[in-house]
Design a protein around this ligand. Structure first.
Ligand code: SF4
Ligand code: SF4
Ligand code: SF4
Length: 272
């Protein structure tokens, strides 16, 4: 499927390691549904995967002088030794996404990003890396940032702990599809929520269900005609943007909320 999409977009045949990586993803999705198998997947081992969703909402309520979540992304770009942009999104192409652009792919950072073949990614300066991120965010894609061991397979890069991934995700992202499939015990260690960010449904909820349709990890249920957010929630804020009644709030309660994420990401990924 991914190969056909590549060729249709005029990108030619994807390199063998990407074909293998994408096919591998599809295979492990199915494999992970077998009881007891999910924990063997590198996407749920916290020593291999440690990624956070960054809410892109403009109206996050927060203490005075508290940074916005996206400032973490800017900081990581500023400090990165190298930034590489992938100008296609294998997930959206592979799943034939109809809602978001296929030409906005991952941003890869760190020393190992330079090993990504030139047919797949191109090195850019920090301003262009930030511009790529802004373009993705402007169309509504949500960044997931951190260490993703699977990208070493997909991008054909040796795993030396020097590759930081920023995925710009939608419903067609392999990561979000995967999170929605696996038992919760595996979700939290590898995809922790940003600490100090809360997402709450207020009394203005009218039970329309729009938020549930937009939650790509299926964390929202309607109970007695009201939205209820469950434990799978990764605090991405997407439901709050989608609610027509403004009935979901994203709130930062701890002004140091980014520091924990920053320290954990930097501990996993050396890139300077
Ligand atoms: S990880 Fe995200 S940006 Fe990268 S290919 Fe998948 S959906 Fe696209
Ligand atoms: S979109 Fe808003 S109003 Fe509709 S169910 Fe969700 S929270 Fe309630
Ligand atoms: S419930 Fe809302 S904030 Fe939580 S993961 Fe779903 S869309 Fe994101």
């Amino acid at each position: 499927m991914a190969k056909k999409a590549f060729i249709e977009q005029g990108l030619g045949k994807p390199p063998w390691f990407m074909r293998m990586g994408l096919n591998f993803q599809h295979m492990v999705f199915k494999f992970s549904r077998i009881p007891g198998m999910a924990r063997r997947h590198p996407w749920v081992r916290e020593d291999k995967t440690d990624m956070r969703f960054l809410p892109i909402n403009q109206d996050i309520s927060r203490p005075e002088d508290c940074p916005m979540p996206l400032e973490l992304l800017d900081r990581l770009i500023e400090e990165a030794s190298h930034c590489v942009i992938v100008d296609f999104c294998g997930c959206r192409m592979g799943y034939e996404c109809e809602d978001y652009p296929h030409d906005i792919g991952c941003l890869l950072m760190g020393d190992s990003a330079l090993e990504v073949p030139a047919t797949v990614g191109r090195e850019v300066g920090k301003e262009e890396a930030k511009e790529h991120a802004r373009k993705a965010i402007d169309v509504g894609l949500v960044p997931i940032v951190g260490r993703a061991h699977v990208d070493n397979f997909i991008f054909g890069v040796k795993d030396r702990g020097c590759l930081l991934t920023v995925c710009f995700c939608c419903e067609c992202c392999s990561i979000t599809r995967f999170i929605g499939e696996i038992p919760y015990t595996y979700v939290d260690p590898a995809y922790p929520r940003l600490k100090g960010v809360s997402v709450e449904v207020t009394g203005d909820c009218r039970g329309c269900g729009t938020c549930a349709e937009h939650c790509f990890v299926h964390a929202i249920e309607l109970v007695n005609n009201k939205a209820v957010i469950g434990e799978y929630c990764r605090a991405c804020g997407r439901c709050a943007s989608a609610c027509p009644n403004g009935a979901i709030t994203v709130r930062i309660t701890d002004r140091d909320f980014l520091e924990d994420a920053y320290q954990r990401i930097r501990a996993h990924v050396r890139y300077d």
